[in-house]
Design a binder for this molecule. Structure first.
Ligand SMILES: CC(C)(COP(=O)(O)OP(=O)(O)OC[C@H]1O[C@@H](n2cnc3c(N)ncnc32)[C@H](O)[C@@H]1OP(=O)(O)O)[C@@H](O)C(=O)NCCC(=O)NCCS
Length: 190
């Protein structure tokens, strides 16, 4: 059986490249994973040591292949040869030919259109290369930047649920919004 998720195509836009996350990315992953602002609305972090980043690679990203998902894309600043974030299909939707996307970027690179570009590519890969029927994505209501990126892609709002995010410094009480983009709507938009 063909397993396209094992060898993902790469993508270059401007000074940036999307390529599969590597074990050696842990140092750069720690650089943004330790940042309170970057991890504020995420269900992980902030990292406290480089070992947190190494563990994330070995326990979260690497095992994805066994689950039938790509390891995930690293976003690389080619001018510095530095890994500055990730975008990935992190889970399959039970009983459906569908997966959910997550993304994260180093703060120095925010608001330059990088994630909008990367998400556009991941959606294309999800439908045209991995052949999903639909793609899901979520954000916390307070995460306005994430919401903006998602809404630019014509995802449709599905549901909103209360959400408690436990961080080391306290609990954030919020709501999680779920969105979906169906294959037929995506192709209808092309
Ligand atoms: C969410 C995130 C990936 C966005 O990446 P990015 O490359 O900065 O996104 P883009 O530059 O493509 O687009 C961001 C949009 O949000 C807008 N924005 C950013 N901060 C905002 C704010 N506080 N209020 C309103 N709009 C905001 C920007 O103006 C831009 O919209 P525009 O293109 O219409 O001007 C990045 O902020 C990040 O990594 N955050 C931390 C991790 C995270 O929260 N991940 C998502 C979990 S759901």
């Amino acid at each position: 059986m063909k397993k396209p998720y094992k060898n993902m195509p790469e993508y270059v836009f401007g000074h940036y490249k999307l390529r599969t996350i590597l074990k050696s990315d842990a140092v750069d992953m720690f650089d943004y994973g330790k940042d309170l602002d970057v991890t504020r609305y995420l269900n992980w972090g902030p990292f406290t040591t480089i070992f947190d980043a190494k563990k994330t690679y070995s326990e979260i990203f690497k095992p994805r292949i066994k689950a039938g998902l790509p390891i995930g894309y690293a976003i690389v600043d080619m001018r510095k040869n530095k890994m500055i974030g990730t975008i990935d299909f992190h889970s399959k939707i039970k009983g459906e030919n569908s997966a959910e996307i997550g993304f994260c970027l180093h703060k120095d690179y925010w608001n330059q259109g990088i994630m909008t570009n990367a998400l556009q590519y991941l959606i294309q890969i999800g439908f045209n290369y991995l052949h999903y029927d639909s793609i899901r994505i979520k954000h916390l209501s307070q995460n306005t930047a994430s919401q903006k990126v998602i809404e630019k892609m014509k995802f449709k709002f599905v549901s909103k649920e209360p959400y408690l995010l436990e961080k080391v410094y306290g609990i954030l009480k919020d709501e999680v919004l779920t969105y979906e983009l169906k294959r037929e709507d995506y192709h209808g938009n092309q």
